[in-house]
Ligand binder design. Structure first.
Ligand SMILES: [Zn+2]
Length: 274
């Protein structure tokens, strides 16, 4: 085992402590039981959004959200388009590369309750735009537009500073391939998280940029995971730096999108899992 791999695993284990239970798709020991409920994880992850002093999921503007909208009966492909907060939180996100690739349909964070995200970041391009700021991106000395809400822009800036400290990790994220873009996910009615200014893609080197749709996979079918992606020690450190700051990585999905990093602190925050 290389030093880098060992360091990455140590980091992953550290992140797991007090944060998540054993994921359903691999054989990790369940050393760290979940300590917070899904609603509590949402409340802690987005403190600017929720009204204070209430246990209910009510926004500061008075919009009330049900955690469970009783959608368990829906087929997964239908649930993707109509996810509620419960299904959004239902699959545990496992940071790091220590475990095997995600099992079939294990896409933690890919189910998103769209009304929650439009309330959080904006329901129109103009509303989203109001919250965008210019983030210094240390790996290339340029800037990226990103939402400032819920600490997202500051978190992204910290990731960039951390990755810039090492030439190899800086090189992996020197070429952003889009952060803010008002668009729907190809072939679906769902808005991309890029529409909200809360996700960023990079052109990764060495053929590491892989997307399930480019591999000829379908939403409903099994998709062979590009395992070489998880054997790259530099990418491992890149992913760890993002995860440490509240971002999830699209490479943790069975429907993999390895160039994609998305600000989802409710999934990687302390003590949060389902
Ligand atoms: Zn993306």
């Amino acid at each position: 085992m290389s030093h880098n791999l060992r360091r990455g695993i140590a980091l992953a284990v550290g992140l797991l402590c007090g944060m998540t239970s054993a994921p359903a798709h691999d054989g990790h020991a369940n050393a760290h039981a979940p300590t917070l409920s899904g609603p509590e994880c949402l409340r802690r992850a987005y403190p600017e959004f929720w009204a204070p002093d209430t246990e209910a999921l009510v926004s500061r503007s008075g919009q009330r959200f049900e955690f469970d909208e009783h959608k368990d009966h829906l087929q997964r492909t239908d649930l993707l388009n109509q996810a509620d907060l419960k299904s959004q939180m239902a699959q545990p996100y496992t940071p790091g590369f220590a475990g095997p690739p995600p099992g079939r349909d294990h896409d933690p964070g890919r189910l998103r309750a769209q009304p929650f995200f439009t309330a959080l970041y904006g329901a129109t391009p103009a509303e989203v735009q109001r919250h965008l700021v210019t983030v210094p991106w240390a790996p290339n000395g340029r800037t990226l537009p990103f939402t400032r809400l819920n600490g997202a822009a500051q978190a992204l800036e910290r990731v960039g500073r951390a990755l810039a400290q090492e030439a190899r990790t800086a090189d992996y994220v020197r070429r952003p391939a889009g952060s803010v873009l008002w668009r729907r996910i190809a072939g679906t009615p769902r808005l991309s998280v890029h529409a909200f200014g809360a996700a960023v893609d990079f052109t990764l080197p060495h053929g590491l940029g892989r997307y399930w749709q480019w591999s000829g996979c379908t939403e409903a079918g099994a998709c062979p995971y590009p395992t070489a992606v998880r054997q790259d020690p530099t990418l491992q450190r890149v992913v760890a730096a993002f995860e440490q700051e509240g971002f999830i990585w699209g490479g943790q999905w069975a429907h993999f999108d390895t160039v994609h990093f998305e600000y989802r602190p409710e999934l990687v925050g302390p003590a949060c899992t389902r």
